[in-house]
Write a new protein. Structure first.
Length: 302
């Protein structure tokens, strides 16, 4: 089966390689000509324009987009729709907001185009281990693309699934990322407490290795924590600044809209916000209040 791939960042390029390894023909396009050359070097057919990409693919065409969420993806879908023909399919494998996907599907449906939203997890490890794919779309369209999903997933029958109609794929990935926030925060807090108990001289890297085998808290995230601590036990040179991609925010907002309590995920998101504050005005106010009502010591700023 042949497929077009738009967006050749690290993840997109690795997906191209995995598809090629699975025997698929891939036509690759990116605004960055160097990225197209990298895909061509891996065995893909490179395209210099969207028109060339579309002309090179066999109808009914399927084109997979791996671009950042928001305006960039929206504009690409709009431009691509002007080049495609009725019966073609656009697959958004990025981290788009599910409500944007619903709107885009409605717009494309009016042009006779199919839309599939695929929540994709696996990061830089997906080339070797495969990608977890949460797929939303019409059953017949998803079925037609099944060979692509089976190749990208860890196995033909593992790690992927048609989870529901259009929008369900990106919604499921949004919740997935919210859960990820909570898990990461729990590990971070646990290892911080281990490191703080100085009189025991605990080795967090050793503890991580112990927990990786047989423990009820073992996971791939723990494997990665063990690797990070093994490479850099004191985590030197790493700033305590944790960004967020936006999916955690969407998860928390959806929970508010649905009146569904998510205290752990919400606090994990708030902890990321806190990590970015260089001058915490709120903490200084707390110190001042303690001084006002109880005469507690206020430490001078450094």
């Amino acid at each position: 089966m042949d497929i077009g791939m738009i967006g050749l960042g690290k993840m997109g390029l690795n997906m191209v390689r995995r598809l090629l390894q699975g025997g698929h023909r891939v036509v690759a396009f990116d605004r960055d000509a160097a990225a197209v050359r990298s895909a061509s070097a891996a065995g893909a057919d490179g395209a210099d324009t969207l028109d060339e990409l579309v002309a090179t693919l066999t109808p009914r065409r399927a084109i997979w987009i791996m671009l950042p969420a928001g305006e960039i993806t929206g504009k690409m879908i709009h431009d691509l729709a002007g080049c495609l023909a009725a019966g073609d399919t656009i697959v958004d494998g990025g981290n788009s907001f599910y409500k944007d996907s619903l709107h885009r599907a409605d717009t494309l449906r009016g042009c006779g185009l199919d839309f599939v939203d695929v929540g994709t997890s696996g990061g830089i490890w997906g080339l070797a281990a495969g990608y977890s794919l949460m797929i939303g779309g019409e059953e017949t369209v998803v079925g037609r693309l099944r060979p692509i999903f089976e190749t990208l997933a860890p196995a033909a029958d593992l790690g992927w699934g048609h989870v529901g109609p259009v929008g369900a794929g990106h919604f499921t990935k949004m919740v997935h990322n919210g859960v990820e926030y909570g898990l990461m925060q729990a590990y971070a807090e646990g290892f911080a407490l281990l490191e703080r108990k100085e009189e025991f001289h605990l080795d967090p890297a050793q503890v991580a290795e112990i927990w990786r085998h047989g423990s009820v808290v073992r996971s791939w995230l723990l494997d990665l924590a063990a690797r990070a601590l093994g490479e850099n036990p004191r985590l030197e040179g790493i700033a305590p600044y944790v960004p967020d991609s936006g999916e955690g925010r969407w998860t928390v907002q959806e929970a508010v809209d649905l009146e569904c309590p998510l205290p752990v995920i919400t606090l994990a998101l708030q902890s990321r916000f806190r990590s970015r504050e260089q001058d915490r005005f709120g903490d200084r106010l707390l110190a001042a209040l303690r001084n006002q009502f109880g005469g507690h010591e206020v430490r001078p700023a450094r």
